[in-house]
Ligand binder design. Structure first.
Ligand SMILES: O=C(O)CCC(=O)C(=O)O
Length: 249
């Protein structure tokens, strides 16, 4: 892997203008192999898994997730891949950008469900504005049929739209933005070849399709951010305090 950052000025400008981008040649096969082994180890421990998408009619986990894998495997933070991401994050957001957290979302072969359209900002504390970049790495690459990501251009420059929980009353379940069809009509789907990574801004509206292939889609997501900027008037994000919102209205 060359020492120079795998991002050009033109790619940075496109990220700032669109709110998302694909970068190629960010991780080697050898590094991916390291992740693949740890990934499967973590998912073999049922007690670590959170259910982002509940279970399907056959009782299978639709969207299993591991939160903060670096707490289980601290070496993750020392890997050259994460150092590379840190360099990219600083290049885009400035020297204050640093690692914030990570998670893993598995879409099991053949039945991994869609991750609904949402903004990551819907999960964040309402008293601050966050500028985060999610680095979305599918360990064997991802096609659109295999559950790759979709984005709506320019949405990172807007505000937080209303959200609710995918499963009413279940705080573990995914956030779902209002008007899913509208976002689908305006979204762009991106393939992500092996070794590439997709980046999106925390206000960017995004979605990942169901996994229709016979291979699992194993995504490792690392988040980098600048310090949150406190707001004089906090947002009101009722779904954060009331998992039944807006069904009780
Ligand atoms: O991997 C997925 O299915 C969704 C990822 C996502 O929503 C994110 O990285 O913010």
């Amino acid at each position: 892997m060359p020492n120079s950052l795998p991002i050009s000025q033109a790619e940075k400008d496109r990220f700032l203008s669109d709110g998302y981008i694909r970068l190629d040649g960010v991780i080697t096969e050898e590094e991916l192999d390291w992740y693949r082994v740890r990934y499967d180890d973590l998912f073999s421990d049922e007690s670590e898994i959170k259910q982002l998408g509940g279970r399907d009619e056959q009782g299978r986990a639709a969207l299993p997730q591991i939160l903060e894998p670096h707490r289980k495997i601290p070496e993750l933070l020392e890997l050259p891949y994460l150092k590379r991401l840190e360099g990219i994050a600083k290049f885009i957001l400035g020297p204050e950008a640093e690692f914030k957290n990570d998670h893993m979302i598995l879409k099991p072969a053949g039945h991994g469900a869609a991750t609904p359209w949402h903004q990551d900002q819907a999960y964040h504390q309402p008293d601050s504005t966050y500028t985060n970049i999610n680095f979305w790495l599918p360990l064997e690459g991802a096609t659109v049929d295999g559950g790759s990501m979709h984005y709506v251009r320019g949405t990172h420059r807007g505000t937080i739209v209303p959200h609710r929980h995918l499963i009413v009353g279940d705080r573990q379940s995914a956030m779902v933005a209002d008007h899913q069809n509208y976002w689908s009509m305006n979204g762009e789907a991106l393939d992500c070849p092996v070794g590439s990574v997709l980046l999106h801004h925390s206000y960017c509206m995004h979605y990942a399709g169901p996994n229709l292939t016979d291979l699992p889609r194993r995504a490792y997501i690392a988040v980098f951010s600048t310090p949150p900027r406190p707001l004089e008037r906090p947002f009101n994000l009722p779904w954060q305090t009331d998992p039944f919102w807006p069904d009780k209205e």
